[in-house]
Design a protein around this ligand. Structure first.
Ligand SMILES: Cc1cc2nc3c(=O)[nH]c(=O)nc-3n(C[C@H](O)[C@H](O)[C@H](O)COP(=O)(O)OP(=O)(O)OC[C@H]3O[C@@H](n4cnc5c(N)ncnc54)[C@H](O)[C@@H]3O)c2cc1C
Ligand SMILES: NC(=O)c1ccc[n+]([C@@H]2O[C@H](COP(=O)([O-])OP(=O)(O)OC[C@H]3O[C@@H](n4cnc5c(N)ncnc54)[C@H](OP(=O)(O)O)[C@@H]3O)[C@@H](O)[C@H]2O)c1
Length: 426
């Protein structure tokens, strides 16, 4: 709970700083402004650079790929083979393993930024972005949290690259304030180091929850996993190939329902009946479910074996928390020392992007479905919101650069006029 309070405190602190900040005159950016220096923002900047178009990346953190650097656990590896995670124009080094570690992925991203000479403007949080109908340009307001300075950027193209995982989803659970032990989200979890011998409840059975449970086992903690609904667990590899790669290959030849059927038969053969372990499968197959709802199947990296041998217990949904225990919806009550919320992430776009129809207020994702969600109106673009990981981000980045290239040359001629209009007082 302390960690959550700290998070709340920081938000309030950030807000106060926004109010304190001093405003300076607008800055004209000749090329696109990209919000976010994660893999998607870097990919967009690189694709633009390849076309001779300069861009400016505004990033709230003090480093690139801040989600990977600051908000992920130590044992994390890419869960898809590296060829499906590389950004445009630069493959992973040959000596990297099939599933690079988090540190290797970060090294790759830093090398990528160096290669394309991408230098994001760090510590600059975008607090609002609005299309100015008066002159037909975007006004992007930022706050430099370190210098306590506000700045406004004016540009023709705005590329949203703040990610599907910008903020932690923290559910409100009855009794949360009464629970005596720590409660924190996976963004603050690094390793099971401090949990040896402890009873830890992990809430949520996505890839994060499953992997955190495995990590806790490796540190001799006693994890329990909350599975409130159904989940598809698939082996990471089949026939020596990645399940993802194999599925992509089969989809070229067979309809999705047939590939789903194949995946389920193979998973049953390799992993057994997961329902026997308390992990009921959804009615829709894994690929159809991903396509319709965006819900990612879990790729098993060893957690299932620990559930089978009883080292990880599976629990139903939580009813409420008391000082030292958790009551579940099936009436069971168990004592826990700590709770880790592996309850996922959400986009933060609705909190800063004003008056556009492109993004849904509800989930902060583009309203248009894949593959059409990358382009809005008035020079607005989205990269990395396809629910298709790094592969989807690369596709978006290439499309965006091609689209902007068409208007870039024509626009250069009119920018002198625009500059005068956009930077004059409103
Ligand atoms: C634990 C975990 C593991 C994953 N593993 C894989 C994997 O193996 N393969 C795969 O393909 N995908 C994976 N994903 C999906 C993941 O979303 C992508 O890998 C990738 O990080 C997406 O990049 P992004 O740039 O779109 O978003 P992010 O990496 O989240 O980057 C967005 C950036 O925007 C910045 N930002 C946000 N709001 C603002 C603002 N208002 N102003 C300024 N800056 C802002 C953030 O600080 C951040 O640096 C994983 C996700 C998680 C959570
Ligand atoms: N490279 C890797 O190995 C790796 C590792 C971790 C994550 N990832 C990726 O990162 C992204 C996010 O994964 P994630 O696992 O963090 O989030 P996620 O896939 O969104 O899963 C969140 C889980 O929390 C559950 N949940 C939410 N609120 C709950 C509540 N109040 N009570 C009980 N359960 C609750 C959800 O259940 P419902 O389904 O019922 O809502 C779901 O099972 C995914 O794309 C994932 O593939 C990759």
């Amino acid at each position: 709970m302390d960690n959550l309070k700290e998070l709340e405190g920081k938000r309030l602190h950030d807000y106060n700083e926004v109010k304190m900040a001093k405003l300076v005159s607008p800055i004209w950016v000749p090329g696109p402004v990209i919000v976010g220096a994660g893999p998607s923002g870097l990919a967009a900047a690189a694709c633009l650079k390849e076309k001779g178009i300069p861009s400016l990346i505004l990033e709230r953190a003090d480093c690139l790929a801040s989600m990977w650097q600051l908000k992920t656990y130590d044992r994390l590896r890419l869960h898809l083979p590296k060829q499906f995670c590389q950004l445009p124009f630069m493959p992973f080094p040959k000596n990297f393993p099939t599933y690079p570690t988090k540190q290797q992925f970060l090294a790759y991203l830093k090398a990528y930024a160096n290669h394309f000479d991408i230098k994001p403007d760090f510590n600059r949080i975008v607090v609002s972005a609005e299309f100015d109908n008066r002159c037909g340009y975007w006004r992007v307001k930022t706050v430099d949290l370190k210098k306590e300075e506000e700045a406004e950027y004016v540009c023709q193209w705005l590329i949203v690259a703040t990610g599907e995982n910008a903020e932690a989803v923290v559910p409100q659970i009855e009794g949360m304030n009464e629970f005596a032990g720590p409660i924190f989200h996976t963004i603050s979890y690094k390793s099971g180091d401090m949990f040896g011998g402890k009873n830890v409840l992990v809430v949520g059975c996505g890839n994060s929850g499953m992997e955190v449970c495995l990590d806790l086992c490796n540190y001799n903690a006693r994890p329990s996993l909350v599975v409130r609904d159904s989940v598809h667990v698939l082996p990471q590899q089949m026939f020596g190939r990645s399940t993802f790669g194999l599925s992509m290959c089969l989809l070229k030849w067979f309809p999705m329902c047939l590939v789903d059927h194949f995946l389920l038969v193979m998973s049953h053969f390799m992993l057994g009946d997961t329902a026997q372990l308390g992990l009921n499968r959804p009615k829709l197959g894994p690929l159809r479910l991903k396509n319709l709802s965006g819900k990612t199947p879990v790729l098993d990296v060893g957690t299932l074996a620990q559930i089978k041998n009883g080292k990880i217990k599976v629990c139903r949904g939580i009813k409420k928390l008391t000082q030292h225990a958790v009551e579940f919806v099936d009436g069971k009550v168990e004592k826990f020392d700590a709770i880790i919320l592996a309850t996922g992430y959400k986009s933060n776009v609705p909190s800063w992007l004003k008056d556009t129809d492109m993004f849904s207020e509800k989930d902060g994702l583009p309203r248009k479905e894949f593959p059409n969600g990358w382009k809005g109106v008035g020079g607005l673009y989205a990269v990395g919101f396809t629910k298709r990981g790094l592969l989807g981000a690369s596709l978006d980045a290439k499309r965006i650069a091609e689209d902007i290239e068409n208007s870039w040359k024509a626009a250069k001629a009119t920018h002198v006029l625009a500059f005068t209009c956009a930077t004059s007082p409103r």
